[in-house]
Design a protein around this ligand. Sequence first.
Ligand code: 13P
Ligand code: SF4
Length: 394
Amino acid sequence: MSIIDLPLLPLGKGRDLGTERGVECPGDLPSASDPTLVERARVAKEALGERLFVLGHHYQRDEVIQFADVTGDSFKLARDAAGRPAAEFIVFCGVHFMAESADILTAPEQKVILPDLAAGCSMADMARLAQVEDAWDALVDAGVAQDVVPVTYMNSSADIKAFCGRNGGVVCTSSNADAALEWAFAQKPDAPGGGKVLFFPDQHLGRNTAVLKMGLSLDDCVVWDPRQPNGGLSVEQLRDARMILWRGHCSVHGRFSADVIDELRAKDPDISILVHPECTHDVVLKADLVGSTEFIIKTIEAAPAGSSWAIGTELNLVKRLSQDHPDLSISFLDRNVCYCSTMNRIDLPHLVWALESLVDGVVVNQIEVDPDTERDAKVALERMLSLPGKSHRD
Ligand code: 13P
Ligand code: SF4
């Protein structure tokens, strides 16, 4: 199979791509209509006590988030995962790449569990190791690889993070992408023009950070299309670029559009537009505030009563913010309902199934990164965790 034909992996990696792994649970997956599910989750959690640590990303459903010991954005959860060394089981209510990072950052004897293995991320699947290695070879051929630092967004598989670890690169999240880029450019002080970054898989986070936080121009950015020969770029374009952005995007945040912002502002000139940096550049340019999910929450918590907001991020979070802040007017930035379908895979039946299995002494859906990948990915993750600056702290 050529890399051009690599399929997306909405159902996770493995040999059984034809089946919905995580849905075909061994044992009984409780029915979604079972009225005792909440009580069953509570009882199982109580039975596991300190042996269990449940992490929940802000995009998780309410029915799941109520059982999280800690909630957070990708950065906070990566940091918090290692914060309970006594917990035998870490149940990760989020998506696959987050559970992999938790496995890398926790002790070998701790077991990380993803309640539904089909909870992947379409953006993470847009950069595959073979494609990234191909791009790197092209940079070598163009004579620029020695000036390039690879930076991968947290939303990538462990083998991509390992690639960055092996090649002097770093991981970033939406809350520290500026610190990561600053670090990356500082690694190449003698490179002509100040060095380059190969940023994947989210072109929008890369572009928004480079242009709005690092003072680069749109002309400094080129887009590497992994489905085109040589990324669709000439050697000259690669030599001139400062930011080589991978052609990847988030299917949820890619939906928000600048014309909806215009419409909302026409109706309510006092409305504030708050968006995630995975949104397209034109949306981010029109927004009032931009930041990670943790930033979005803190901004709303600090908002004056009576103020009105339109928020461009995943709908579970926007709905929760709207429910928790009845004194504010909060609307969703898209015209249509749009959840992250893979985040939504983690539902109460899967959580109950995972917890009750643990109570019965059966570890299901364990996420285990192989030791070589783990070693190299940890280098890139730890570089991220030690980045200087305030922007990635709470
Ligand atoms: P953060 O958690 O960094 O805000 O990222 C959002 C996201 O898309 C996670 O998949
Ligand atoms: Fe991936 Fe986007 Fe879903 Fe986050 S919101 S998990 S980036 S598809």
